[in-house]
Design a protein around this ligand. Structure first.
Ligand SMILES: Cc1cc2nc3c(=O)[nH]c(=O)nc-3n(C[C@H](O)[C@H](O)[C@H](O)COP(=O)(O)O)c2cc1C
Length: 218
């Protein structure tokens, strides 16, 4: 797969087979993640990869936290999201609704319940950073994350970036042995796509490109 094709065909998968991803393949993917550009080449990321028992233990701990002190996801961090972005978000959930409904009533909260268990992916990559770095570290981490997802895609693997789980930073920090100066920015579920799982056929739409471009001097 060439890069241009990879960019256009990458998408989020929310169902994985149980097949393990080898450490060697994940290592290769992280080489690509680490090649991402960053402001002043500060490379403000650390990658933590969990699979097998450590991952199942973490999922069980997150589930306990979720049951006992359910937190509401607030990606806006108390900022009011402007209406046009709310509309785009609503559109995603409108488009997902029939696909999720088809999974049955017990899956009504599929995104929430799936996200907290990383959609049962056999491996999860957590990207952490230093709390003391300025906010533009998040741009660098976004670039590393996209490199990781594209690299996985090029190898026939599936990914889902998951921010929802970060609500449960306590069990994550304990499980990754993070010190107080470190924060978790994103988790990426990684595995082979379960092509029999209907939600994996879902493809999110995009705003009309003309609405997000302005040209000058052409
Ligand atoms: C920073 C970030 C956080 C995300 N968090 C979640 C999440 O918690 N749960 C989930 O199911 N998808 C999550 N996603 C996936 C987005 O919903 C998905 O990227 C978006 O709908 C566009 O679809 P596509 O990736 O298939 O192009 C996240 C994506 C990003 C970039």
């Amino acid at each position: 797969m060439d890069l241009a094709e990879g960019l256009r065909t990458r998408k989020t998968f929310r169902g994985f087979t149980a097949e393990k991803v080898s450490k060697e393949i994940i290592q290769e993917i992280l080489v690509d993640g680490h090649m991402a550009p960053s402001a002043s080449n500060m490379q403000p990321w650390n990658f933590h990869v969990l699979t097998g028992t450590p991952l199942s233990k973490l999922c069980a701990n997150i589930e306990d936290f979720h049951k006992n002190k359910k937190v509401t996801y607030n990606s806006a961090k108390d900022k009011k999201i402007p209406e046009k972005y709310m509309q785009r978000r609503k559109k995603l959930f409108r488009e997902l609704k029939p696909v999720i409904s088809a999974l049955g009533d017990e899956n009504r909260q599929f995104i929430e319940s799936g996200s907290i268990r990383f959609y049962d992916a056999p491996a999860v990559i957590f990207i952490t950073t230093d709390c003391d770095l300025p906010e533009n570290k998040l741009m660098d981490i976004g670039m590393a994350a996209e490199n990781i997802m594209l690299s996985a895609h090029a190898r026939g693997l599936a990914t889902c970036a998951i921010a929802y789980t970060l609500l449960y930073s306590e069990p994550i920090k304990a499980s990754l042995n993070l010190n107080v100066d470190t924060e978790t920015v994103l988790s990426i579920a990684l595995g082979y796509p379960d092509n029999s799982f209907p939600i994996n056929n879902f493809r999110s739409s995009r705003e009309d490109l003309n609405n997000v471009i302005s040209w000058q001097g052409f």
